[in-house]
Design a protein around this ligand. Structure first.
Ligand code: NAI
Length: 333
C-alpha cells in the first residue's frame, strides 16, 4: 500500500519509519500542507496520512477520491479539519489516533502555567547576563488556587491529576461528566460559575461548531480579574481579539497558548527570516505576559511512538477490511 504523508517533518519520518519495519508500507513524505491545489499529488496513492492543519474539506476529499485515494489516516486526535459527512458520502473511511499519551499535552499545559507564573524564561536570560535582580519575576502559589478545566476527557483528566498534586481546588465543565474527575475530588459546575471562580482556566475540549469562540468577550467579562488562561486544545476555541482586549484591560493576567486560530499559516515552519503578516499574532507576541508555543503539546518521544504505531495499525485494519475502533466515519449517519 502506498501512503502519502502530508505536513511531514523529519521527526514524523523518523518515528513512522521506525514503526513501518513491522508493516512494510511505501511511505512518501510531503512537507507541505495538504490542500485543494496539491491534492492531485496523491494520484497513485492508496492512503493519505494527514495532520492537524491539513485541509480535508469536501473539495479536497473529492479530489482525493477522484485520484484513487481509498483511506484517510489522521495522525492526531482532533478532527475539526475534516468534513466527515463528505468523507462518509464519498466512501472514504477516516481513522485517527484518539489518545496518545494524554500526559504529553497535560505536562506541556503545566510547563506553560509554571513558566508564565514563575517567569523562568525571563529568569534564565537574566542570570545568563549576570543580572540577579528579581523585580518583575513575582509569581503566586498554585497551592490553594481554583483551577477550572473545560473538558475532562483524557487530557483534561491527566491535567487534573497533576494539578491536584499542587493542592489546587478542581472545578470543571463538561457535558459528559467523568467519574474519574469526581474521584479526584473535582466538582462539575456550569460554565458561568467556572469563569467566576477560577484563578486558572485551561481548555481541554474539542473544537466544534458549538465550542467555536467559546472564550469570547462575554466569557472573559465573567472571569476573575487577574485570571490565567491556557489553551492547549485548538485555536478556534478562543476569540483572539477578545483575548487581546482582556490582556490590555489587565483582566487577563497571563495567557499561555500552544494553539492559535490561524496557526496553519505559521506553525511547524521556520519563518524567522520573514515578516509575519498577522497583526493579531504579532500583537499577542508583544505582551510580556503571553507565552506561545507552536503546537508542541503532543511532542514527546512516547507520544510520537504511539502516534506512528496507532496510525499504521489503523491502516492495517482498513486494508484488511477489519473493523477499526478508531474510525470516525463509522459514527456518521
Ligand atoms: P477527549 O475526547 O478525551 O476529551 C474531550 C472532552 O471534552 C470530553 O470529555 C467531552 O465531553 C468534552 N467536551 C466536548 N465539548 C465540550 C464543551 N463544549 N465544553 C466542555 N467540554 C466539552 O479528548 P482529549 O484527548 O482530552 O483531547 C482534547 C483536545 O486536545 C482535542 O480535541 C485536541 O483539540 C487537543 N489536543 C491538542 C494537542 C496538542 O498538541 N496541543 C494534542 C492532542 C489533542
Amino acid at each position: 500500500m502506498r501512503i502519502a504523508v502530508f505536513s511531514a517533518q523529519p521527526y514524523d519520518k523518523q518515528f513512522l519509519e521506525q514503526e513501518n519495519g513491522r508493516h512494510g508500507y511505501e511511505l512518501n513524505y510531503f512537507d507541505q500542507l495538504l490542500n485543494e491545489t496539491n491534492a492531485e499529488l496523491c494520484k497513485g496513492f492508496d492512503a493519505v496520512c494527514a495532520f492537524v492543519n491539513d485541509d480535508l474539506s469536501a473539495p479536497v476529499l473529492e479530489k482525493l477520491k477522484a485520484v484513487g485515494v481509498r483511506f484517510i489516516a489522521l495522525r492526531c486526535a482532533g478532527f475539526n479539519n475534516v468534513d466527515l459527512l463528505a468523507a462518509k458520502a464519498l466512501g472514504l473511511p477516516v481513522v485517527r489516533v484518539p489518545a496518545y499519551s494524554p500526559e504529553a499535552v497535560a505536562e506541556h499545559t503545566l510547563a506553560l502555567i509554571l513558566t508564565l507564573n514563575r517567569k523562568t524564561h525571563r529568569a534564565y536570560n537574566r542570570v545568563r547576563e549576570s543580572n540577579f535582580t528579581l523585580n518583575g519575576l513575582l509569581g503566586f502559589n498554585l497551592h490553594g488556587k481554583t483551577f477550572g478545566l473545560i473538558g475532562t476527557g483524557q487530557i483534561g483528566l491527566a491535567t487534573a491529576k497533576i494539578i491536584k498534586g499542587f493542592g489546587c481546588n478542581l472545578i470543571a465543565h463538561d457535558p459528559y461528566p467523568n467519574p474519574d474527575f469526581l474521584a479526584l475530588g473535582g466538582r462539575y459546575v456550569e460554565l458561568d460559575e467556572l469563569y467566576q471562580q477560577s484563578d486558572i482556566i485551561s481548555l481541554h475540549c474539542p473544537l466544534s461548531e458549538e465550542s467555536h469562540h467559546l472564550i469570547d468577550e462575554q466569557a472573559i467579562s465573567l472571569m476573575k480579574d487577574g485570571v490565567m488562561l491556557i489553551n492547549t486544545s485548538r485555536g478556534g476555541l478562543v476569540d483572539t481579539r477578545a483575548l487581546i482586549a482582556g490582556l490590555k484591560s489587565r483582566k487577563v493576567r497571563a495567557l499561555g497558548l500552544d494553539v492559535y486560530e490561524q496557526e496553519s499559516q505559521l506553525f511547524f515552519h521556520d519563518h524567522s527570516g520573514e515578516i509575519i503578516d498577522d497583526e493579531l499574532f504579532e500583537r499577542l507576541q508583544s505582551f510580556p505576559n503571553v507565552l506561545i508555543t507552536g503546537h508542541q503539546g503532543f511532542f514527546t518521544e512516547e507520544a510520537l511512538t504511539q502516534i506512528a504505531a496507532v496510525t499504521l495499525g489503523n491502516l492495517d485494519c482498513l486494508k484488511s477490511g477489519q473493523p477499526c475502533d478508531n474510525e470516525l466515519t463509522h459514527s456518521i449517519s
